[in-house]
Design a protein around this ligand. Structure first.
Ligand SMILES: [Zn+2]
Length: 191
């Protein structure tokens, strides 16, 4: 017997996916993670990426108080899978999104998604957006070249290379606050 309810069929639309994600979110421990992982595996074609971004938009538009951190999932998917065509809808939703009690305002992730869609629309690279928004350099968009620990500053200094534009960045990861911060600067000699 499987541990988790199966993912919706591959041709399921945003409504079915959003409903399944909600069920998994409120389900047993690990169920949401397993379902999100299964769905993210489908992001190999432009069509399926659009369905995932449409699903994220639908979740954002229908957030309920009890959905908790589902808002972060939606912002994350919009940033990763969204297309320039999603920009207007996210921008229209942004003023309606409610804050939630947390150390860091989750809506900053929506702002980051908007900036990423904007960069995508202009043909710019996403690494500049991640740098401006202090994102963790953890995605497969980056190759980790080195890391050093600065014990006096309680910091880890990464050097990463953007896989799409090849720019190199130094990223200082600091843990002196309630949550880690990531400060990016260009590592290339030619700026
Ligand atoms: Zn780049």
């Amino acid at each position: 017997m499987p541990d988790h309810t199966p993912a919706p069929p591959a041709d399921a639309g945003p409504e079915a996916l959003a409903a399944a994600i909600r069920v998994a979110h409120h389900g047993a421990a690990g169920e949401r993670t397993a379902l999100l992982h299964a769905l993210e595996q489908r992001a190999e074609t432009p069509e399926s990426r659009t369905v995932l971004a449409d699903t994220a938009l639908l979740l954002l538009a229908t957030l309920r108080a009890e959905d908790g951190s589902l808002d972060m999932v939606a912002a994350d998917w919009l940033r990763r899978f969204g297309r320039p065509e999603h920009l207007d809808a996210v921008r229209a939703l942004r003023p309606k999104l409610r804050p939630r009690t947390a150390l860091r305002d989750w809506r900053l992730e929506v702002d980051r998604a908007i900036a990423m869609l904007q960069a995508r629309a202009e043909g710019g690279c996403g690494c500049a957006v991640d740098a401006a928004h202090g994102a963790p350099p953890v995605s497969r968009d980056y190759e980790r070249l080195s890391d050093t620990t600065d014990r006096e500053r309680y910091a880890i200094i990464w050097q990463v290379r953007c896989r799409s534009c090849t720019r190199r960045w130094d990223v200082v990861e600091q843990h002196g606050y309630h949550y880690p911060t990531f400060a990016w600067s260009r590592a290339d000699a030619d700026g």
